[in-house]
Design a protein around this ligand. Structure first.
Ligand code: SF4
Ligand code: SF4
Length: 204
């Protein structure tokens, strides 16, 4: 099973988070932005004009956001050559793929963490089986993403993680990783857009 890249690499992405995601004016974001519209700080070459001053300019949420590698993967693997600037149809396809793939990467990261717990052999096998479904050997396509989302896998991941409370207690960890299981972008609502400084090749 190929392990996906979990680190965002904005240089290989078309600023998907800066357009597709919404954010509300708050301590994290200096103004409101609706989903689907480019942030006013986004330059025509899909780079952030205030990248080096995000916190100073009131966009700490951007500095904290992490797409977990989904952005560059959609741009390069799922829909290469399809850019959201081409129009609403293209944008809809790109943003939908980004939403689903971000959920996939979040679930895979949680399963990775779960695999390091003191699991029984059957729990470990369940963990690996779920991971294989989320990281198939063949590249993701739009139909494959849609089919996955229509299926039960996110709910199964959540149920599996919730079943690990005993293993978490044995490991001494205080919290059980929980997947939202939602088909909506999970934890992103608190820290929408992406940006610099999330410990990866974020360079926009
Ligand atoms: S953080 Fe945003 S710009 Fe960077 S790779 Fe992810 S989606 Fe793309
Ligand atoms: S990183 Fe934040 S401030 Fe910069 S363009 Fe993206 S959404 Fe706007």
């Amino acid at each position: 099973m190929p392990k996906p890249e979990f680190a965002a690499d904005c240089r290989r992405c078309a600023a998907l988070c800066c357009v597709s995601l919404a954010f509300d004016r708050s301590r994290q974001f200096a103004f409101d932005k609706p989903a689907g519209l480019p942030c006013p700080h986004l330059s025509p070459d899909d780079r952030c004009c205030i990248h080096h001053r995000l916190v100073e300019r009131g966009f700490a949420g951007c500095a904290r956001y992490d797409c977990l590698g989904a952005g560059q993967r959609v741009t390069e693997e799922v829909l290469p050559g399809c850019h959201w600037r081409e129009g609403p149809a293209a944008a809809g396809r790109v943003f939908e793929a980004f939403r689903v793939l971000r959920n996939i990467h979040a679930a895979l990261e949680l399963l990775d963490s779960a695999a390091s717990l003191p699991l029984s052999s059957s729990e470990l096998e369940s963990c690996r089986r779920l991971s294989r479904r989320l990281a198939p050997a063949t590249p993701w396509t739009e139909p494959a993403l849609a089919e996955l989302e229509d299926g039960p896998v996110f709910h199964e991941v959540r149920a599996f993680l919730e079943s690990l409370r005993g293993s978490v207690a044995r490991s001494g960890q205080r919290r059980l990783p929980i997947v939202t299981g939602s088909t909506e972008a999970p934890a992103d609502r608190s820290a929408r857009p992406r940006a610099a400084g999330s410990g990866s090749a974020n360079s926009r």
